[in-house]
Design a protein around this ligand. Structure first.
Ligand SMILES: [Zn+2]
Length: 152
């Protein structure tokens, strides 16, 4: 099995945090309706991926499993945002779209009414993750060094 295909260790890290939420996979997005909150997107990359990170930083992500923390408080809530992450036919609009288009596997852990920075904090507390790329997804955020983490 390719490294990107094995999600169990990453899912175990998320499930062991104090966060209360539930898993959504590309096959079960119907239940999302228009609920809103924050989420952790798990992204499996089988190949290295060059990416920009915002604030003109860029880098290359090695193959592996990534945690991206985001929020879905816009129109359509989780259904719109997570649905977009899982969709294969889209134009690259955000940096994270590069990851989701290259991903060999995706899943999302949704926390209703959650805050994306608290999700990052909870993951960092596990001591099982590290910053994957400085500044990624956290340009409007004053408390996090990045919203993209990976397994240590
Ligand atoms: Zn943040």
């Amino acid at each position: 099995m390719s490294p990107g295909a094995c999600f169990e260790p990453a899912q175990a890290i998320v499930t062991a945090t104090r966060l209360e939420g539930r898993w959504i996979t590309p096959g079960n997005t119907n239940a999302l309706a228009s609920r809103k909150g924050a989420y952790i997107l798990l992204v499996g990359l089988d190949r290295p991926l060059p990416v920009g990170a915002g604030r003109s930083k860029s880098g290359q992500l090695p193959a592996g499993i990534y945690f991206y923390a985001g929020s879905a408080y816009g129109a359509g809530g989780f259904a719109a945002r997570i649905g977009r992450h899982f969709r294969r036919d889209k134009k690259v609009h955000w940096h994270v779209d590069r990851l989701t288009l290259e991903a060999s596997r995706l899943a999302a852990f949704i926390v209703e009414n959650g805050n994306e920075c608290e999700l990052v904090e909870a993951l960092m507390e596990s001591n099982s993750v590290a910053i994957a790329l400085e500044g990624f997804g956290s340009t409007d955020c004053s408390s996090c060094r990045s919203h993209l983490l990976t397994i240590v």
